[in-house]
Ligand binder design. Sequence first.
Ligand code: TYM
Length: 355
Amino acid sequence: MSKQDEVILSGIRPTGRLHYGNYFGAIQKFIVLQEQGLRCYYFIADYHALTTASERVDYFRYTLDMLRTYVACGLDPSKSIIYRQSDVPCTAELALLLGMVTHVGFLERGTTYKDTVAKLPGGTTRGPEGNPIPYGLLGYPVLMAADILIVRADTVPVGDDQRQHVEMAIDIAEKFNRRFDTVALKIPKPVVRNAVRLPGLDGAAKMGKSDNNDLGLLDDEKIVLKKIKAVQTTTDPTPIEGASDDPDDVIPQMPPSVGALYRLLSLLAPEEVYLDFTRKYRRGEKFYGVLKTTLADYVNAFNAPIIEAFNAPGNNDESIKEFLTENAKKVTPVALETVEACREAIGIGRSLHRA
Ligand code: TYM
């Protein structure tokens, strides 16, 4: 397969506004791959957002805003096929077929499911019907497998937190092909080893919108400064005996929240600025105030063009709806081809009403 034939697919749930974890875990790679002229499918996973919904939410509004942010970050609907998951409803049909080869025990090992179970006060035996977790959440990896497999993706650029989901998609596809003695499903590659996991501003292992520890791509200067100033830096660093200025010297173990600030600085600031702050840390200087304002300046400089492009007159609901309509039409043929091949492989035969 030549590089140009490589198919890329990735999605993001419409949870509101995109944060730095989304950017450095996913969007940055989306843009690099798009610029390599590969066939890139990027979508908003609105079906997936429903797995945690307990009431009506205006997901369409979130979808449009997130797509405006996609465009503001540099995703180009004339180069990448940017669409909404629910505009390709045969994904749900493929998920149903894949569900027939996926064991409940396999899904119960999914980390998203396990984390949700861990947070349940009464465990899975709570409530009149026992396990109160929605079927849709347990089946989350099956739907994600359908997203990936339906366009015959080779590569799935995601943050490290989604690694297990991609592995599950690979397992499901291999099992389907084996069971029905078919090659209807193309097996994607596993997630690259160096996938990013950006910590939260509270020092938690992962930045996430629902964890309230995120830094947003559309956060204005005031919010950025407020969020960064609120990061816990109560303990001063302990000076290291004989600390040198050698940039390769080990940086001592930092409290997680300080580590989060350094991580962001390493992504946004020139190397010499980052190294200067690591030297300060080794020497045990009191510098957290300057670190925070410096980092806030870099964050604001990063956000400013995104905010401007987000608000640009051409980047509006109407133009988004237009490309969503056009792009859904571009995904549908390959998606239908995959679903039809899977129907044949299983034995129910091709649909009688689709062209
Ligand atoms: P979601 O919406 O939680 O996150 C979207 C993308 O952002 C990445 N990400 C991070 N990367 C690094 N550090 C972080 N703190 C961080 N937080 C989020 C995620 O890894 C992801 O790449 N299940 C997916 C959406 C999805 C999907 C798919 C992805 C549905 N179907 C098919 C790929 C292929 C999700 O919930 O991502």
